[in-house]
Design a protein around this ligand. Sequence first.
Ligand SMILES: [Ca+2]
Ligand SMILES: [Ca+2]
Ligand SMILES: [Ca+2]
Ligand SMILES: [Ca+2]
Length: 317
Amino acid sequence: MGLTVAGKLSGQAVPGKDENIPFLVTFGKEGKTSWGDDDFNQVFFFTILKDFTQQFYIRVFDPDCGGEHDEIQGEFNSRTMFSIYGGKGVDPEINEESRGLDNGLNYKGGNLLASRVFGSEAKYDNKYYTFGPFNPSEGDYNEKWGYIFKIVCEGISGDDGNLYRFFLSRDPNSNLAIEGANAFTYEYTFRMWNDFKSVAHIYPYIDTGIVFIKQSNFDWDIDGKILVVSKYKQGIEVPISVENNWASSKIPIEPPEVGSSLDFQFHKRQGDLVKNNNVVVTLENQRGDAIKFYSSPIGGVPVYQPKTNITKISPKK
Ligand SMILES: [Ca+2]
Ligand SMILES: [Ca+2]
Ligand SMILES: [Ca+2]
Ligand SMILES: [Ca+2]
């Protein structure tokens, strides 16, 4: 069942196409959390189905911190380390520390397969750097997902914000998706668009046994609304954070929502543009277990369906 669902996905772009998020962001650890990154690192997982046996690559767009896209503070002096892990210790369902939710724990579990530190480097500004090739069997195997790999981004020095994206690819020089692969995280640190109209989305998957979820958002800067939409929720507004703090709330889950994704929508405030808004979002269930966000929503993008079966507003011709 899990494999059938996963087989329809191809979520290799991070952020994903349906998310409408321009960039991930990680600040150098000498920066301030009030700029929108609570912990100066980001952890993402990639999964590859077991029947895919070719080599693959993990490509990072704009891995440098300088030139285009990045957020300068004073002068560009941030150094950012990207590291790829495979093997035992990566699977976040077995090794909870691997989720990267607590900096005191070892979120670097697994075998280090590749690593590189980037400063301000014109060679990789507005361009891709390619890690790999990797063999799928170098990942941490899990019956449900196949081979799991992890990429950790750390702002090891400096104070500027590194903006970047990932792509899991079959090709070292272009973005060629791998069928059935997907990407997820437990804590998402991202940049909003600098306009009024773009709505960003994240898609947490609601697994069996979830009764309610606790959402937490950090440093939303009193931007616009954050709404939760599903087939059964037209749009629940959740509390939003101001500068450098967390806002949390509980969202009840209805039985029919289990086995599908929710749509967290991030709407910009109108009037005064909140510029360069970096945000962190985490979710947990009623037991305090972290909930995954998938780059490609499992079961597709949920659309609210009013309870009335037949629409009353379309008159007969
Ligand atoms: Ca750059
Ligand atoms: Ca700086
Ligand atoms: Ca960058
Ligand atoms: Ca912010």
